[in-house]
Design a protein around this ligand. Sequence first.
Ligand code: PLP
Length: 395
Amino acid sequence: FMELSRKVMQIQPSATLKTSAMAKQMIADGIDVINLGIGEPDYQTPDNIKQAAIDSIQNGKASFYTPATGLPELKRAISARIEADHGYHFDPSQIVVTDGAKMALFTLFQVILNPDDEVLLPVPYWVSYSEQVKLASGVPVEVGTDRQLRFTVADLEAQRTPKTKALVLNSPQNPSGLVFSQEELTAIVNWAVKNDILVIADEIYEKLLYNGNHFTSVLELGDANMDHIVLINGVSKAYSMTGWRIGYAAGPKAIMAKMGVVLGHAASNPAAVSQYAAIEAFSGDQSSVETMRQGFEARLNELYPLISGLPGFKMTGGKPAGAFYMFPDVTEALRLTGYSDTPAFVQAVLEDAHVGLVPGEAFGLPGHVRLSYATDMELLREAYRRLQKFMEQKI
Ligand code: PLP
């Protein structure tokens, strides 16, 4: 009976959540779907972390509000973790703890954007960046890449205008698993600083690097850049804690202080029990991170040659270096099977082969599909067999 907000009407539902919901519905209906469409580790949260949460409930600490931007002990634990991993020191006042990294990004865009300010998003990019920018009255601007999915300063420069406010730099990248080298990062960050553009570095997959590939954080490029960098990270992927909803932003004090103001009116603090769990995640025994990483690596190494060998599937970016996704170019598979676009192909794969994928449209790059290998190896093998059979039948 009433007109809804114009801002909200231009927002698309999260496509990964949509495919995932469809797959989940089929599973609920008793259909044996293997859902490779979801972006979460299948491992349990490590026991030491669970125990810290249980303790905080039993000793009564989890019963109360915490400061809106997070417990001081948690900020200290985050600061210490970052310093140990990357040699850069954030004062705890430069850290804001949020309901997942997603909420850190959402709040950050609210704080930095004025109407029509532009945010550069190199394709392919994680679904939520563009919609969050729009919700903050900003304009997402896609940055093209080469066939290997890597972008350069020239690609950024081609999209820069006087309204360019920020650039989202996601490494290791969802959906392609691409990791930027120190040389590439240096060139990109230098360009941003020179042009007074804020670099939003989403490093949530930083712990998931495979086969000897090395991750360089933007924090390692030199302290002079730090007034132009906001780091986004969290516990979801590294510690298998997607359900706990703890992420953070770390960066210039003025930005972080305003994020605190927004959060104070919007969410207040993230669940106290999750914050106590996160303290243990960041400061406790880190060996489970490596155990899980090795698990993902074994899956990648077995699945990669299989998926690359499917008719019409091309791994344009080469073997993924990090995260837990593959992002094959399926333009040739579409041609071979006659589907008009990736969503139609993905729908058919779900309905006929009972395998859940995500269309590249969700990442600003049609003609690709994303599949997650954060699933049991036996299920991955079966998913491959189903895809292979699907392709054989449709060609
Ligand atoms: N950034 C990227 C690139 C992601 O893939 C995700 C989750 O899928 C997030 C951020 C958000 O993670 P969370 O809100 O669970 O911390």
